[in-house]
Design a protein around this ligand. Structure first.
Ligand code: FES
Length: 59
């Protein structure tokens, strides 16, 4: 699923970045360029970050 249409970033891209050590939205933005164009994907990307971080913590 595309999270960021402008930059063709998928939920898998974000999950992979988190697995590789991204811990903040700024980190995701720097690495994947998510939310650097129209910004509509920002809340979705943040939600995904929160969800993935919780899952990672629980594991
Ligand atoms: S959808 Fe991500 S910046 Fe536009």
């Amino acid at each position: 699923m595309y999270v960021c249409v402008c930059n063709a970033v998928t939920d898998r891209d974000i999950q992979k970045a988190i697995e590789d050590g991204a811990t903040s939205f700024d980190h995701l933005r720097d690495e994947l360029k998510v939310a650097t164009c129209c910004g509509r994907c920002e809340s979705c990307a943040k939600n995904l970050l929160n969800t993935c971080c919780k899952t990672a913590d629980a594991a």
